[in-house]
Design a protein. Structure first.
Length: 272
């Protein structure tokens, strides 16, 4: 039985709609080739900072060439588990060094945003957030990243399991942006309305994915419709063009997510 053709979503929304570089079980370049005709943006998941895991110079040049031909943009997800607020100074500086290495390797792609998990020791400290000492170390490490010439608004802190609000003053004080991961928000019971009210003007990137049996990064069909429609209303009413990443990790979840999104293509922008 022939499968239904996928809806066309490229250049159909008032935001840049994309997905991750881990759709095919393959390297970065084949994923970029595969996805370029389908999406506006690709989130390059650079989870491993070692040179043998990152695209080499020739692959980076080809990725950039594909982007130029396809009106494609990128966000770069920096390595997930580097604690740049660690109490051990050697651990902290190694973490900063790894992030800087990925930033320098990906700079030629002119990413719209670099996404940073504020991974930290205080994930185990309860609802009051991080102690002042961690915040001081984290703030100093952020300064080292910004010293590499990244525009502050291009560095996006992503909400994780702990409460995000303790980072609010740091985000505003340094002019950083926010990456709203909707799956994280929902799965840990955080308030969407409060988050949008606090950070709406600073949200540069949204990660959209569903939740199935307590597991996130599933198809958008598994996200509560009210949550999705609240976010789409927020995106349509903004004056800034944001990036929305369907943060799924396989073709079937991407296909299903694209079908969900096609229901919300604005009038006059047929996706069929």
């Amino acid at each position: 039985m022939k499968s239904e053709p996928l809806p066309v979503i490229k250049d159909r929304f008032p935001f840049r709609l994309g997905t991750t570089s881990f759709i095919l079980f393959d390297d970065y370049l084949p994923n970029v080739r595969h996805l370029a005709p389908m999406v506006d943006d690709i989130e390059l998941l650079f989870t491993d900072p070692s040179d043998n895991a990152l695209p080499d110079l020739a692959a980076m040049q080809e990725i950039r060439s594909i982007a130029e031909r396809s009106s494609l943009s990128f966000t770069v997800h920096l390595p997930y588990d580097r604690d740049i607020g660690a109490s051990d100074d050697a651990v902290r500086m190694d973490a900063v060094s790894d992030l800087i290495h990925v930033i320098e390797k990906s700079r030629s792609l002119e990413p719209s945003a670099w996404i940073l998990h504020p991974f930290c020791e205080w994930q185990h400290f309860g609802p009051d957030g991080p102690p002042g000492e961690w915040m001081d170390r984290f703030s100093s490490s952020i300064d080292l990243l910004l010293d590499r010439g990244i525009p502050p608004e291009s560095l996006c802190l992503e909400n994780l399991r702990p409460v995000f609000n303790p980072l609010e003053n740091l985000v505003k004080g340094k002019g950083l942006s926010v990456c709203l991961d909707v799956g994280h928000l929902v799965i840990y019971g955080h308030d969407l309305g409060d988050f949008l009210e606090r950070y709406g003007s600073r949200i540069r990137v949204l990660h959209l994915h569903g939740i199935r049996d307590g597991r996130d990064h599933c198809s958008l069909a598994c996200l509560d419709v009210h949550v999705l429609e609240t976010l789409l209303a927020f995106l349509h009413n903004g004056v800034t063009q944001r990036i929305v990443t369907l943060e799924v990790l396989g073709q079937s979840d991407l296909d299903e997510s694209l079908r969900v999104m096609s229901r919300y293509i604005p009038n006059g922008q047929s996706g069929l």
